[in-house]
Design a protein around this ligand. Sequence first.
Ligand SMILES: *Cc1c(COP(=O)(O)O)cnc(C)c1O
Length: 398
Amino acid sequence: MSNATQLIHSIPVDPLTGSISVPIYQTSTFVQDAPGVHKGFDYARSNNPTRQALENVIAQLEAGASGYAFASGLAAIDAVVKLLESGDEILAVDDIYGGAFRLFTHIYAKFGIKVNYVDTTDVANVEAAITDRTKLIWLETPTNPTLKISDIKAIASVAKAKNALLCVDNTFASPALQQPILLGADIVVHSATKYLGGHSDLIAGLVVTANTDLGDKIKFIQNASGAILSPNDSWLVIRGVETLYLRVKEHSNNALKVAQYLQTHPAVDRVYYPGLTEHYNHHIAAEQQNGGFGGVVSFSLRNDTELAARKVVTNTHLFKLAESLGGVKSLVCHPATMTHKSIPSSIRQAAGIVDSLIRLSVGLECFEDLIADIEQSLDKLAAKEIVQTNINQSVWLS
Ligand SMILES: *Cc1c(COP(=O)(O)O)cnc(C)c1O
């Protein structure tokens, strides 16, 4: 059976009523027949049937043993870090999601958990940086916003040899394109806010473990710390996930066309998209991602200034200027002043997040309309550049 068919039928029909849509159990507690005698549910922080339906779906989607739903992607990440103890170390991808960086360095550092950041696009860097104290390797692939690709299988074997856990934040690829557990990862996390929810209408996080031992530990943390996903939002994620394969395929098709178009425009300097053969580690992405390269494309401008980028991101009409990604509507964002503003300029630039870098979350509109929208915005910039070549930049940009 195909993955899409399996997914659609992994969402259960309600055994009580036959409802084809999972019921929303909006309740805090469950009546017991005698103390401790109940139908598998006692208190809704510990377990809720709607949340459990989502948790089972994501475990299947990621080919894992157990799944857990949290109030946000960061709450999911937080639950995984709580597996560690004071004195343990995390080895993390250097181009990490900013919120994970903040959590690691500003919350967990003071509890004695150290984080080393390395460029994981080369597995040799991981081998060189791993220590006996490394208990967790933290990977994102592709990363945000420069779509760096790391070899999950190769890094999983480095982790195994050192008895460290490998956790992959699979938000950008989604399980429709990449299943890290099948490549050797122990844990997968998601910001379900993005492609899994898929409609820019909720905040949610998920954790999937490769085995039930790890799953039981995450379940304990979920209940003990309490950052659970509500029944309503669990239902919305299930509703989004039903069309995951369809959406991600189309996001990927559209993004590839947009990336190829950007390569041809004279105002554009570099284009970052794992589906382009010249993208660094494209061959690894092609091997570990099936059926597409995702919906996020980033690019920089020949005129590498913040002002030029501002012009482009404020002159698009279909691409709405906003943080986040993975929704039906296309979004555009300027990482240097939006998502990555808190990172010092020198570190930012070294990571490729130059002043003119622009990130697109390519949505599900017709790609010709999207390309026309980008073109009219870039052309405004290019025309100004051509007309004003002899004038001091600061004059025409002001
Ligand atoms: C958005 C995002 C997160 C955080 O998820 P929230 O749902 O916003 O808490 C984590 N990782 C990645 C890669 C993200 O894009």
